[in-house]
Design a protein around this ligand. Structure first.
Ligand SMILES: [Zn+2]
Length: 98
């Protein structure tokens, strides 16, 4: 069964959130062991492939800084205004990015 990825940040999963380009990867804002949590909360975002990986300063090449940090902060802000406190966020996602 294929999962339908969705995002709290956009209804358009086919264009880059930042540039509008149609050639996108769907990035899990919290990846690795927290990938499933990203899917559960909708912390998935369509971004241009070069912003996603392999490029200098792309999300996966510059972890916890730049765009990766920006996206994690966006997700944390969303969580704290829709789901719970910062403490709750840390319990679920492991740490705060604020
Ligand atoms: Zn990714």
């Amino acid at each position: 069964m294929s999962k339908k990825l969705w995002s709290v940040f956009t209804d358009d999963m086919d264009h880059c959130y930042f540039t509008g380009t149609p050639y996108v990867h769907r990035h899990h804002i919290f990846y690795g062991s927290r990938r499933e949590l990203s899917e559960k909360y909708g912390y998935v975002i369509p971004i241009a492939s070069y912003l996603h990986e392999f490029g200098i300063n792309s999300v996966h090449d510059n972890p916890n800084r730049g765009m990766d940090l920006q996206l994690k902060q966006m997700a944390q802000e969303h969580f704290e205004s829709h789901h719970g406190t910062r403490e709750d966020f840390i319990k679920i996602f492991g740490r705060s990015w604020m």
